[in-house]
Write a protein that binds this ligand. Structure first.
Ligand code: C2O
Ligand code: CU
Length: 464
């Protein structure tokens, strides 16, 4: 019997579905080790001694974990640092039990103990992983690295580079980390901002490139509190994804990009610099001074003419915008910090004045509460749409991160922004986000300036 076009399409679809699920999701791949260790690395120039860091497998940044969309990640975390720890897989729409939040989704792993992380990655994109117990110290000591989820059908590019930005607060005499992790001055201001920046563990990262080459840059801000304003020189291109999620339309990069703590951006850039020249990814300083984070030394030509405009990345599975007709309205007021208006807040059920709070190491509050509480900010039912207004009533910027689900910004003109997992608010700025509570569990919502999270800016939601 002759096959109709319809039969053909049906079979083609079935075949495509079968092919799209990677074998590794089923195969019982053994657990690979991921060991948090104390180690010494040469971060500073050679005239300085090595710096003692805490690193996964002793490395800075941590070893890159690279899988394909739909794959299963299995890591046996072994804690060999002298402090209980856990691993959070930032931005992954994960099974709650694998989210790695000490005290909420698991017990912190004691020194010498192990914990098995085993999860499937539903979305392609640029993610990262980091310590999630006393993270203001553990992340600042180096427990952070890239988690890259490749598309099943990758984009048409020449190559890609993962760019992990970190900063370190080092004693310039000894070259060692200052161990003032709980210093009130840092907690009550912009957080622990390093005095030394590395890209992929180096202060002078130089990579080769060819003229007219098209490179995907996966940039990860893994710093504890620093905001990176970025610009390009000798490179031009498009933003194709933010926080791992494809933006849909390509946005031409024009001027500066701002990356808050924990945020990521994927760019497709074409090398426009002449042969023999240097193309750069630069950081814009407070004084507008430009410092290179990566230099691309241009040698040779990839093609004689620039390439055609690229196609956008394919959308991830849960990319639909939430339906806000019956959305739950939530409000989150952020207060506190130095130079703030916060007079008092609740701590341990009692109302304390700013000075008493400061003595208890709390400088910030979310909805008037200066700590993580037993009751969540909201109890949501599965698939409930949410609209959350975040009002930053402090003079500092904050990077609010929701675990387990991506959200969209709801702009003042009513349009949705791209999907994100971390939103950067300027001082005294209010913004609205919306999402569908489609992942059951207990999910943290906190500022990713990690000393802020520890000193009052952490709450959570529950989805059941
Ligand atoms: Cu990047 Cu609560 O984490
Ligand atoms: Cu903050």
């Amino acid at each position: 019997m002759r096959q109709t076009r319809r039969d053909f399409l049906r079979h083609a679809t079935l075949a495509a579905c079968a092919a799209a699920i990677p074998q590794s999701a089923f195969a019982a791949t053994p657990f690979e080790d991921l060991i948090a260790k104390v180690a010494r690395r040469q971060l500073l120039p050679d005239t300085y001694p090595e710096t003692e860091i805490w690193g996964y497998d002793g490395l800075v940044p941590a070893p890159e974990i690279r899988v394909t969309q739909g794959d299963r990640v299995r890591r046996r975390f072994r804690n060999e640092v002298p402090d209980p720890s856990s691993v959070h897989w930032h931005g992954i729409r994960i099974d709650n039990a694998m989210d790695g939040v000490s005290g909420l989704t698991q017990k912190a792993v004691a020194p010498g103990e192990t914990f098995d992380y085993d999860f499937v990655v539903p979305d392609a994109g640029t993610y990262w992983y980091h310590a999630h117990n006393r993270s203001y110290e553990q992340v600042a000591r180096g427990l952070r690295g890239a988690l890259i989820v490749e598309e099943v059908d990758g984009p048409d590019i020449d190559r890609e580079e993962v760019i992990v930005l970190e900063d370190w607060l080092l004693d310039p005499d000894s070259g060692q980390l200052f161990d003032n992790f709980e210093q009130p001055m840092m907690m009550s201001h912009g957080g622990r901002i390093g005095n030394f920046i590395t890209t992929n563990g180096r202060y002078d990262l130089t990579l080769p490139a060819k003229r007219n080459e098209r490179i995907r840059l996966r940039i990860i801000n893994a710093a504890s509190a620093r905001i990176f304003p970025l610009t390009l020189s000798g490179l031009s291109g498009w933003t194709v994804a933010v926080d791992g999620m494809p933006t849909g339309q390509l946005q031409q990069i024009d001027g500066e990009l701002i990356l808050g703590p924990a945020q990521r951006v994927d760019l497709f850039v074409d090398v426009t610099e002449d042969e023999g020249g240097m193309a750069q990814l630069l950081r814009i300083g407070d004084d507008d001074q430009l410092t290179p984070l990566v230099s691309f030394s241009v040698d040779g030509t990839a093609s004689s003419v620039p390439r055609d405009k690229p196609l956008p990345l394919p959308p991830n599975p849960a990319a639909h915008a939430p339906d806000l007709a019956d959305a739950r309205d939530l409000r989150l007021v952020m207060s506190g910090g130095a130079m703030g208006r916060m007079q008092s807040a609740l701590l341990g059920g009692a109302r304390l004045g700013f000075r008493q709070l400061a003595q208890a190491g709390k400088f910030w509050a979310l909805n008037d509460v200066a700590e993580m509480t037993d009751t969540p900010l909201a109890d949501l039912s599965l698939n409930e749409p949410v609209r959350l207004k975040i009002e930053n009533q402090t003079v500092f910027p904050h990077a609010m991160h929701l675990h387990g689900m991506h959200f969209r910004e709801l702009r003042s003109d009513g349009a949705f922004g791209p999907m994100r997992d971390t939103i950067l608010l300027a001082g005294n700025e209010a913004r609205e986000i919306a999402f569908t509570a489609d992942n059951p569990g207990k999910w943290l919502f906190h500022c990713h300036m990690l000393s802020h999270a520890a000193s009052g800016m952490t709450t959570w939601i529950r989805v059941t």
